[in-house]
Design a protein around this ligand. Structure first.
Ligand SMILES: [Zn+2]
Length: 618
């Protein structure tokens, strides 16, 4: 029922090296400024407080291109998602970086939210005349899922029991008003994104179970999942009847499809019902086929029964975060390091490759093969649609402020899971520079991971135990390596290197991971290259145009056009690595001239325009 691996509390782990620098840049960039970039959505609308929605409100500004009137209702909850997801990433950045100035603001916000709690425990976006009595689209559970995740993160970092108690009472209020097995939270006509996102209330329930050990939270999560399967919701990919339909292909709004993995996972592990376990296995196979070579989860914004394709299927930054978070949960629940490989693939490639390598901006939508970023997918004109998502912006307010908040969440979630633990001791799950304090039994040890991974492959672990203590240090064996050097005797178990001994004082364990250049074939029979966890791309020189400025230092939107677009075709040659750097070279055919040329490759995360996958010469 519980997880195989336990997480390390927020506040007991901190990034180092390049990840710390990137997080500091984001905190001083779009993460720390999103409220100034879109104040009317993020700050002015006190949607959980004074501006709670009532039957009297007809519409409000949510800052996007306005939809048809009849759909207006679906947008009314939207600022709750934008705000809470933003606070979630902002709060985690602030704790992970221990930034006192920003933590001050975080404290004030949390106390403001607690002040909105009603006598009966309700914390949410609806006035009493609306709550729990919907016949159509609503954000009752979704607005709470996003906010309570923030509150529980704050509790985790501070141990402030007032905040935990507030969440427990607020969740009890949900369980009182939607009684378990005796209500239908997902029965709603013409429901849309909000109702379907509401299934993610299972995130809160799973976390509350972890904190309190109270099984009722898992039982309630199972109830929500099963109720979700019974109704005509907008997002049906995760419904059991569709999972067990062999002809069914994923077609939903990507971000829903990828986040719903977690609800199915929680239900499956809570009940151990063979039907749910089988459903999870089938669902994960389908998810696999919908990802691109860089790990990008197809959906621009819908999946529409397509496999992940390097040129034709865009992926949304929200989906990148949600799929990674789902794999993190699977890593914890199963203890299987294969999910850590998937997390690294997404984070180090799709996620790094969809943020601008220098500016404070991200792509709302991105493709692996990215030939132009001027609003549309690789310069295509989409009829009857003004597409503006393929560009770099710190906010993307002309579409929706969803991806920017989620881009602020992804790095903290990665860092928080770099170390986990089980009853035998600490586990290095995801590689990268960081420091953590970990309780082993009743002893506190510290671990410091010194590395530039994935930009070099030697990792030094400094383990400090002030009092001698016995435990097993486990280090994940990445799926891409067969060959490692460790300076300490070890055994290998289930793809972990295990060092079992008494630890005393400061001890150093050094591991040298030895990646090789790998030539991979994509689902559409194109070739792409990887080096250890890194997917490689041929960078395409681009002309940058600033399309919008925000009057805030270093905040602007940009478009990119190629200086000269050449596509390359792979004809079977070897890939050579340049000494000491992550630059590679391979002979390929210039599609336009037919001539053989030396083509450079570099990690996809360092690129803007690029070619990742290559057709093969027959
Ligand atoms: Zn988004």
């Amino acid at each position: 029922m519980g997880s195989q691996l336990q997480t390390i509390a927020l506040g007991n782990i901190h990034p180092g090296g390049w990840i710390m620098k990137q997080m500091e840049k984001d905190l001083h960039g779009f993460v720390g400024h999103l409220d100034q970039l879109a104040p009317e959505l993020m700050i002015d609308d006190l949607i959980y407080g004074e501006h709670r929605l009532t039957t009297k409100i007809k519409g409000k500004s949510v800052g996007n291109i306005q939809p048809e009137d009849e759909w207006i209702i679906q947008y009314l909850w939207w600022n709750s998602e934008s705000q809470s997801n933003w606070w979630d990433g902002y709060l985690r950045h602030s704790f992970l970086l221990d930034d006192k100035k920003h933590l001050q603001r975080i404290n004030e916000h949390i106390h403001y939210i607690l002040s909105t709690q009603d006598e009966d425990g309700y914390i949410g976006i609806y006035a009493p005349d609306l709550r729990y009595s919907f016949s159509t689209e609503n954000g009752e559970l979704w607005s709470k899922a996003t906010l309570y995740r923030v509150l529980l993160a704050y509790y985790e970092a501070t141990g402030d029991v007032k905040v935990l108690d507030a969440v427990i009472r607020a969740v009890q209020n949900v369980m009182d008003n939607y009684p378990i097995n005796n209500s239908t939270p997902f029965l709603a006509e013409k429901s849309y994104a909000g109702v379907s996102h509401g299934l993610m209330f299972t995130d809160v329930l799973d976390k509350l179970f972890t904190i309190t050990g109270q099984k009722i939270y898992l039982d309630y999560a199972v109830f929500l999942f099963k109720d979700y399967c019974k109704h005509d919701v907008s997002e049906k990919d995760v419904q059991l009847q569709n999972i067990f339909n062999v002809a069914y292909k994923l077609l939903g709004h990507g971000v829903h499809t990828y986040e719903h993995i977690r609800s199915l996972t929680v239900a499956s592990f809570a009940t151990r019902e063979p039907e749910l376990q089988k459903a999870l296995a089938i669902y994960l196979e389908r998810i696999e086929t919908s990802t691109t070579p860089s790990g990008g989860p197809a959906g621009d914004e819908w999946i529409f029964e397509r496999n992940g394709h390097a040129t034709d299927t865009g992926y949304e930054y929200c989906s990148i975060h949600e799929l990674m978070d789902s794999y993190l949960l699977l890593l914890a629940k199963t203890g299987d390091p294969i999910f850590a490989d998937k997390v690294e693939k997404i984070f180090l490639n799709a996620a790094q490759g969809a943020r601008h390598p220098e500016h404070n901006s991200i792509a709302y939508l991105k493709t692996d093969n990215s030939y132009e970023m001027c609003g549309t997918r690789n310069g295509e004109i989409e009829p009857n649609k003004k597409q503006t998502r393929y560009k770099y912006s710190p906010v993307h307010q002309d579409v929706a402020v969803c991806c920017s908040p989620n881009a602020g969440r992804i790095t903290p979630y990665y860092v928080q899971h770099m170390w986990m633990k089980d009853e035998e001791g600490p586990i290095a799950c995801l590689f990268g520079p960081c420091e953590a304090e970990i309780m082993v039994g009743n002893r506190k040890i510290t671990v410091k991971e010194i590395t530039s991974y994935p930009y070099d492959f030697s990792v030094i672990f400094e383990i400090t135990a002030n009092d001698p203590v016995n435990f097993t240090l486990k280090i994940r064996k990445p799926a891409w390596t067969n060959s490692v050097k460790l300076n300490t005797p070890f055994t290998e178990q289930k793809d972990f290197f295990c060092i079992k001994k008494e630890w005393r004082g400061m001890e150093r364990v050094t591991i040298e991971l030895e990646p090789a250049i790998t030539i991979n074939t994509s689902s559409d029979n194109e070739v792409y290259f990887s080096y250890g966890p890194l997917v490689l791309a041929h960078p395409i020189e681009a002309i940058e145009t600033k399309t919008k400025e925000y009057g805030i230092k270093d905040m602007f939107d940009t478009y990119y056009k190629p200086v000269k677009l050449v596509e390359y075709i792979y004809c079977g040659g070897n890939v050579a690595k340049k000494e000491g750097v992550l630059n590679f070279e391979v002979d390929m055919i210039n599609k336009q001239s037919g001539m053989l040329e030396k083509v450079s490759l570099t990690p996809v995360g360092k690129t803007v325009l690029r070619q990742v996958s290559f057709k093969q010469k027959k």
